[in-house]
Design a protein around this ligand. Structure first.
Ligand code: OOG
Ligand code: MG
Length: 260
């Protein structure tokens, strides 16, 4: 069997993203490709982004809700990185150029105000949150038809492509994070309904989980990090000209317009 080169996988993923050309999942050719190797590839992909001038601004969790697990056939939470170049302002425009087959999903985001590390309790994690807001994540798997297994999707930075944070920033105290209604509309039509409860029962649990995973990798989550807690519903494919609006109870809205 062909021997796996993690460097080569990272390069192929990088090129697929830069050229907007899809790939076949690596686990088809290398059935022994492991999750741990997937994370090592993700680190290499991050280094390539940083070399091109991007800055690390936070992390995203994935597969933290049942609808996402069912849609993608992956049942364990995963995490990826977010850079400044992925952020689109609320109400901004998303270009389909340079993307393969983008989809959008409704999320909850945290912005931390203190460093988090180790194994925090839910209350400790929330005490390090400076703001909660709603978010739209644009995912664009570099794999053909979004077909992958766990190591593949982790290597591909968990399909990250872009994200939008809502403009309303809310302090976590007094928020009932366990049940905030979420509605995502495309061109005025509601296409996805959910509750923040879908995200591990409470999206703050996703933040705790992230900090625990990072601790295993001997990393901390710095103050000022943006953390996406994971899609609450299935992701919806995007088309030219779409206007997408997410409204989340108590957290306001986030909007994006797909370029014609
Ligand atoms: C993987 C990305 C998962 C989420 O919120 O669950 C994710 C994918 O669906 O391609 O971002
Ligand atoms: Mg997501």
């Amino acid at each position: 069997m062909a021997k796996i080169s993690l460097e080569k996988i990272a390069q192929e993923i990088d090129q697929a993203e830069l050229k907007a050309k899809d790939l076949l999942r690596f686990t088809a050719k290398f059935p022994k490709f492991t999750l741990e190797e997937g994370y090592r590839v993700q680190e290499m992909v991050l280094k390539n982004h940083l070399k091109r001038g991007a800055k690390l601004v936070g992390r995203k969790m994935g597969m933290t809700s049942k609808p996402k697990m069912i849609q993608m056939g992956i049942t364990a939470p995963i995490h990826g990185f977010l850079t400044d170049r992925m952020q689109i302002p609320d109400g901004g425009e998303l270009s389909l150029a340079g993307r393969i087959h983008p989809k959008i999903e409704p999320e909850i985001a945290f912005i931390t105000s203190k460093e988090l590390k180790g194994n925090p309790s839910l209350a400790e994690a929330l005490a390090a949150v400076g703001a909660v807001t709603c978010a739209l994540e644009i995912i664009d798997s570099r794999y053909k038809n979004f077909e992958f297994q766990l190591p593949d999707v982790v290597a591909d930075n968990c399909s990250s492509s872009a994200f939008v944070l809502g403009s309303k920033l809310v302090l976590p105290a007094g928020l009932n994070l366990e049940n905030l209604g979420m509605v995502m509309q495309v061109n005025g039509k509601s296409v996805a309904f959910g509750s923040s409860a879908a995200i591990l029962g409470n999206p703050a649990r996703s933040l705790v989980e992230l900090v625990r995973i990072l601790a295993k990798e001997k990393k901390a989550l710095p103050a000022g990090s943006i953390v996406l807690a994971g899609g609450a519903t299935m992701a919806v494919p995007l088309s030219q000209g779409d206007l997408v609006k997410l409204e989340v109870e108590a957290l306001g809205s986030a909007e994006i317009k797909v370029k014609q």
